[in-house]
Design a protein around this ligand. Structure first.
Ligand code: ATP
Ligand code: MG
Length: 368
């Protein structure tokens, strides 16, 4: 690759890209450049594949509202598509030259994700769609990044929520995307309703139903995708996040915890919630995981986050272990367990060293 070619493909002045490379805002990995931050009109996670010359734009941030009314009618006109917001990790699948690659949100190719994408869709997946990026959520229990048990998925499954044009990042309209997804025999996220922008009571009922089933929330979209989507989450989703963050309290700071608490306050008012019930749920989501961590520390247990992967080829696990290490994650890989169908499940304990050290220190009477 020459930097000139990359700059041209990314429509950036040469000096600009050189500066970004120098400062490390754009970094080189095996055969591609990735944007570690949103900069120069490119989303975080944008990737440039050197040999193929392809640019895959990052997945745009989705803004959040805390009040359905008037948040929804203020942002949409006419019809609004209410989709389920699934809780897993964001993956973009695209062709880069003669390969089908899978990128995580930050624009890193993940060997575990590619293993599953190739298995679910074939190595040549989307070779007939070289100009499109298939965006979706990787969901399920055998998930090294975001574990979710709420969807009845056996290991991991990919749910498409967006299809975008490669260089411009322009999304397909909702119906066109659904047709394409169905045509390829893929799963898409569920469309829960189409309502008028003013019908926030209906959206609220949907949210309450999702909440009672431990689901994360909704993303509201303009059918034509001309307006930006907006997200809104359930109380159980917010509390699940809090529970997780307080379990590993030293790894998650105020920027993660504080907005989730604020969401709960505003939702309690809009939904005229039973305050005792909400306070109980919110309080437990904070207190219980902290106590669990303290008790584990007292017993001399290390603070680990258990996750698992399932593969059909053990070499993927080795590759994935190298991959995690290269992204700065410290993890203990356990012995593979062979399953009936010849696949393997490997339990991985992610080391939460910060919380482990802090817990030990506090239990020994250290200063906060
Ligand atoms: P963001 O930067 O978009 O705010 P975040 O990392 O804070 O992202 P979330 O709060 O989970 O993420 O919300 C946005 C993410 O939700 C998207 O990036 C996508 O991975 C996921 N998602 C799940 N279901 C959908 C859906 N139906 N439509 C769009 N995105 C969805
Ligand atoms: Mg998410």
């Amino acid at each position: 690759m020459t930097v000139e070619e990359a700059a041209e493909a990314l429509s950036l002045p040469l000096f600009r890209l050189e500066g970004l490379l120098e400062r490390g805002t754009v970094a080189e990995r095996d055969g591609y450049l990735r944007f570690k931050k949103s900069v120069a009109g490119k989303e975080r996670g944008t990737a440039y594949f050197e040999e193929a010359g392809d640019v895959v734009r990052g997945f745009p941030k989705i803004r959040r509202i805390l009040m359905l009314d008037p948040g929804v009618p203020n942002r949409f006109e006419g019809e609004v598509v209410v989709e389920e917001k699934m809780n897993g990790y964001n993956v973009r699948i695209a062709r880069a030259g003669s390969e089908t690659v899978a990128l995580t949100r930050g624009g890193v190719r993940c060997p575990y994700t590619e293993h599953w994408v190739h298995r679910l869709m074939g190595e040549e997946a989307f070779s007939d769609l070289p100009e499109l990026v298939i965006c979706g959520e990787m969901v399920g229990p055998d998930n090294p990044y975001v574990v979710s048990d709420a969807y009845g998925v056996e290991s991991v499954q990919f749910f498409v929520f967006d299809v975008r044009r490669k260089g411009s990042n322009e999304p397909l309209p909702v119906d066109e995307r659904r047709e394409l997804v169905e045509g390829y025999g893929l799963s898409g996220v569920r469309e829960l309703a189409r309502v008028g922008a003013g019908e926030t009571d209906e959206i609220r009922e949907i949210v309450e139903d999702l909440d009672s089933r431990g689901r994360e929330g909704v993303v509201m979209k303009d059918p034509a995708m001309d307006l930006d989507p907006v997200k809104y989450t359930t109380s159980s989703g917010n509390c699940k996040d809090l529970r997780y963050a307080f379990r590993y309290f030293q790894e998650y700071g105020a920027d993660f915890i504080y907005p989730r608490a604020v969401r709960e306050g505003f939702q309690a008012v809009e939904f005229e919630a039973d305050m005792d019930e909400r306070a109980n749920r919110l309080g437990r989501a904070i207190l219980e995981p902290l106590a669990e961590t303290a008790v584990a520390g007292r017993k001399g247990e290390r603070i680990l986050e258990p996750v698992s992967v399932r593969v059909f080829d053990l070499s993927v696990v080795e590759e994935f272990e190298r991959h995690l290490r290269s992204t700065g994650v410290d993890a203990i890989f356990r012995e593979p367990e062979e399953l009936d169908d010849g696949s393997y499940r490997v339990r991985i304990d992610r080391v939460r060293q910060g919380t482990d050290d802090k817990t030990a220190n506090l239990l020994a009477g250290g200063f906060w």
